[in-house]
Design a protein around this ligand. Sequence first.
Ligand code: XMP
Length: 326
Amino acid sequence: MSNNVRPATMERITTPELAHAFIDDQIAQLRAQIGDKKVLLALSGGVDSSVVAALLIKAVGKQLVCVHVNHGLLRKGEPEQVIEVFKNQMNANLVYIDATDRFLDKLAGVPEPEQKRKIIGAEFIRVFEEEARKQENIEFLAQGTIYPDILESGPVKSHHNVGGLPQDLKFELVEPLKFLFKDEVRVVGEALGLPKNMVYRQPFPGPGLGVRCVGAITRDRLEAVRESDAILREEFAKNGLEGKVWQYFTIVPDFKSTGVKDDKRTYEWPVVIRAVNTRDAMTATVENVPFELLQHITDRITHEVAGVNRVLFDLTPKPSATIEWE
Ligand code: XMP
């Protein structure tokens, strides 16, 4: 691999003007590198891969093949937004693969968090590899590597990283964001015309809702995670907390408690709300969410989400808890 140190002369990208200069420069470089060949990209819909996709669409158009794998653990509306933005609006060459059944079948009955992550990571590579084999004349693999990934080279992105492809599918890497920090990627994303909610979205783990459906994942409990998460995000957006709170989501643990509805006893899951702030995800503090808002969200979740009769708020900072529950 070529040089992995950010050039000392590289100015921090803080304004639209600087972003456009970066974009023009990258387009020229990408065209020179790629020529008339084809490039493959695993497009998750996260900030980094979305910005890489938008850059490459500008640079090489239909020579880019985006593959969006829906592992069934995405948030409500995410696959739809990827298709709308990239296929319908940007006219990208997008392959959408709904692999929900494959992932959920493999995950059925597996309670252990690291085992769940391994299954999701391995299955992701398998699905991507199958698609890569169907595509002809691919010579490059684009990745949304950013500078902190190189500096830390920690485990956080391991499962996104499709570098695990077999030897005969080792493509030359295209990593246009590899010297950028996250805030710079967002400025570039906005300059490329990506929707604000895509560019400023909160971090979302590669194993997705899978680590928030605690223990062995079942389809009905996973739906409770997805639906309660959608309500939480909608209410945070309505109440000015979107973009202010670093990460917020819901968890559904694998146990039930009694409740009462329409004069009948129920025996259903609790939903846990987590909302935290952090600089580097190594430590985190809990957001002081207004009590009335928590009550309103509780009311909505217990009325709108099937199988749920109770809502809790996680008051624990990191440490002692991690941000995710698994
Ligand atoms: P924890 O739970 O370790 O999380 O305090 C710190 C940050 O990392 C995210 N996270 C993950 N991201 N793959 C990812 O891409 C993972 O397996 C994973 N586990 C945790 C978490 O959402 C938080 O932002």
